[in-house]
Design a protein. Structure first.
Length: 488
C-alpha cells in the first residue's frame, strides 16, 4: 500500500522534532567516535583481517593474509575503502597506528550516525511525521547494539548507510525517476561492500513490481545490473575471474557449508540475543514495526525477509543484522506515527516520542556493560566476560613493540594471531610469528608478547593488563625464508 500523507504539524511539534533529530544524531555520533578512540578490543577477527589488515598491506606493503584474501573469497571494495582512509591519514601526518586506526574507526562510527539519519529519511518517505521519524531513528542512533558495533571496520557497518538511504530514495511512494535510479545505485554499492545485501536489491525490484510501477522496476533492474558488472569487473581485475569472490564465497558457505565450523545456532538465536542485549528496544521496535506493516508493506517485507533468511542460516553472528536494524528503526517511526494519529491532541502526543527516545538513550547507557553473552559471541566460552577491549592489552603492546628501535621480529605467545590486530597495530615490517611458531632459541625474533609467568631470561620492556612484552637476550634475528604472511 502507499504511505499515508504526513499530518500537519504544529509549530511546537516541528521545533521539538528538529531538536530530537539534532540531539539523537549529535549524541549518537559523539558516542560512536568516543568508542572508536577508546577501545582496542576485537569482537571477531573479521573486523581486522577482512578490512584493516588487507588495507595495511595495500598502503604499507605488508600485512597478514587471511584465507579469504588468498583464495579470493572477498572482493577488494572494503579494503580499498579502508586503504583510502589509511592513506588520507598518512597524508595529514597520522601515519602511526593510533592515527590511521583512530581516523578509520571514527569514520565507521560516523557512518553509523549516517545510518540513523537514513532511518529518519526512510520513515519520512513512508509518511511518518518528523517527530515520530526522529523517535524511531533513535532506536538505531542511541541503542546499545548499534553503538557496540559502530566503530568496527566491518562490511555490515560500511554498507548500512547505502542500504537505508537507497531504500529511502527508491521506495518512497511517488519517488522521482532520479530518486529511484540513485536509490538503486546505492543498493548496488552496498552489495559491492557486502554480498548479502543482494536481498535488498531483489526486494526493491519485487516491491516496485508489486506496485505495478513497471518503469521504475525496469530502470532499477538496469542500474543494479550495471553494479553487478562493476562487481564482476572488480573481481576480474583483482582475482582474474569474473565474479570470483562471489563464487568462492557462496561455494564455501552454501555448497560446502564450511561456515558452520565457526559455530551454529538455532532459528531463534537473533531474537534471543537482541532481547538479552536491548530487550525493551527490541520489543518496542517489533511492536511498532508490526503496526507499520500496513502502511509500509514493501519495507516491512524487505526487512522481514532479510531477518528470516539470516535466521535460517546455521552460522549466525549478531553483526550480520546491522544492515537491517536501521530499517526496523524506520518502521518503528512509521508505527509510532500511526499511534500518534489515533490520539487526540494532548500532551501525550509529545510525551510518547520523547519516551521512546529516553528508552533508546537508556539502552545506550548500558553499552559499556555488554558482555559477550549479551552480543551472542563466545557463549560457551566466556559469556560473562566484557564485550569491550577483548585482547585490547595485546593490541596496545603490539603498538608499543612497533615503536621499539631494536625489534627485528616478534612472536605473540599470549594469543592466537587471529584475535590480535596484526600488522595494523604492530606496524613494523619485520616477521610476526604466531604462538605455534619457532621457539625462542631459534634466534628468528628479538621480542615475545607473553604472560608474566613465561618471561624466562628475557627483559620486560612493557606490560599491559595480564600480558608483557619481553626482549630476548642474544637475539640474532636471522633471516627466515620459511616465514609466511598467511594467517594461521
Amino acid at each position: 500500500m502507499s504511505a499515508s500523507p504526513p499530518t500537519a504539524e504544529a509549530p511546537t511539534e516541528r521545533l521539538l522534532a528538529r531538536a530530537v533529530l539534532v540531539l539523537i544524531l549529535g549524541v549518537g555520533a559523539t558516542l560512536r567516535v568516543w568508542l572508536a578512540l577508546t577501545d582496542d578490543g576485537i569482537y571477531w577477527p573479521d573486523e581486522v583481517y577482512q578490512s584493516l589488515e588487507p588495507a595495511h598491506r595495500l598502503v604499507f606493503g605488508y600485512g597478514m593474509r587471511a584465507w579469504e584474501f588468498i583464495e579470493g573469497a572477498r572482493n577488494w571494495a572494503l579494503p580499498a575503502l579502508v586503504a583510502a582512509l589509511f592513506k588520507l591519514s598518512a597524508w595529514v601526518g597520522l601515519d602511526g597506528p593510533r592515527g590511521y586506526l583512530g581516523v578509520t574507526r571514527s569514520v565507521f562510527g560516523l557512518l553509523g550516525a549516517a545510518s540513523a539519519w537514513g532511518s529518519w529519511r526512510l520513515a519520512r518517505a513512508h509518511g511518518a511525521s518528523a517527530l515520530a521519524a526522529g523517535a524511531g531513528a533513535s532506536l538505531f542512533a542511541l541503542a546499545a547494539v548499534p553503538l557496540y558495533f559502530a566503530p568496527r571496520a566491518m562490511s555490515e557497518n560500511a554498507s548500512a548507510p547505502a542500504v537505508v538511504l537507497g531504500l529511502a530514495l527508491a521506495l518512497a511512494p511517488g519517488a522521482s525517476r532520479r530518486a529511484v535510479l540513485a536509490g538503486a545505485s546505492l543498493l548496488g554499492l552496498s552489495v559491492l561492500l557486502r554480498l548479502q545485501n543482494g536481498v535488498f536489491c531483489v526486494g526493491l525490484v519485487g516491491v516496485l513490481a508489486a506496485r505495478r510501477d513497471w518503469r521504475a522496476a525496469r530502470e532499477a533492474l538496469l542500474v543494479l545490473a550495471g553494479w553487478a558488472l562493476v562487481f564482476g569487473l572488480l573481481d576480474k581485475l583483482t582475482w582474474g575471474r569474473w565474479f570470483h569472490s562471489a563464487r568462492v564465497y557462496l561455494d564455501f558457505n552454501l555448497v560446502q557449508g564450511k561456515a558452520a565450523a565457526w559455530g551454529t545456532a538455532p532459528f531463534a538465536y537473533y531474537g534471543q540475543v537482541l532481547l538479552r542485549s536491548m530487550g525493551a528496544v527490541t520489543l518496542v521496535a517489533l511492536g511498532l514495526s508490526l503496526l507499520a506493516a500496513r502502511r509500509a508493506t514493501g519495507l516491512f517485507a524487505l526487512a522481514a525477509a532479510f531477518f528470516v533468511l539470516h535466521a535460517l542460516q546455521p552460522h549466525k553472528e549478531l553483526r550480520f543484522l546491522v544492515p537491517v536494524l536501521p530499517l526496523f528503526a524506520a518502521l518503528a517511526g512509521v508505527g509510532l506515527d500511526s499511534v500518534l494519529r489515533a490520539l487526540p491532541p494532548s500532551p501525550v502526543r509529545l510525551a510518547l516520542p520523547l519516551a521512546l527516545v529516553a528508552m533508546a538513550g537508556f539502552s545506550g547507557l548500558r553499552v559499556g556493560l555488554l558482555t559477550f553473552g549479551d552480543v551472542g559471541q563466545y557463549e560457551d566460552v566466556k559469556p560473562r566476560a566484557s564485550a569491550w577491549d577483548d585482547f585490547g592489552p595485546v593490541n596496545r603492546l603490539l603498538i608499543a613493540a612497533g615503536r621499539l628501535p631494536d625489534v627485528c621480529g616478534l612472536k605473540v605467545e599470549a594469543a592466537h594471531l587471529a584475535w590480535t590486530g596484526g600488522y595494523s597495530y604492530f606496524h613494523r615490517d619485520v616477521p610476526l610469528y604466531a604462538h605455534n611458531g619457532p621457539g625462542r632459541e631459534s634466534g628468528l625474533f628479538s621480542h615475545v608478547l607473553t604472560v608474566p609467568g613465561a618471561v624466562g631470561g628475557g627483559e620486560v620492556v612493557a606490560s599491559e593488563g595480564p600480558f608483557v612484552l619481553v626482549r630476548l637476550p642474544y637475539a640474532r634475528c636471522a633471516p627466515d625464508p620459511a616465514w609466511s604472511s598467511r594467517l594461521p
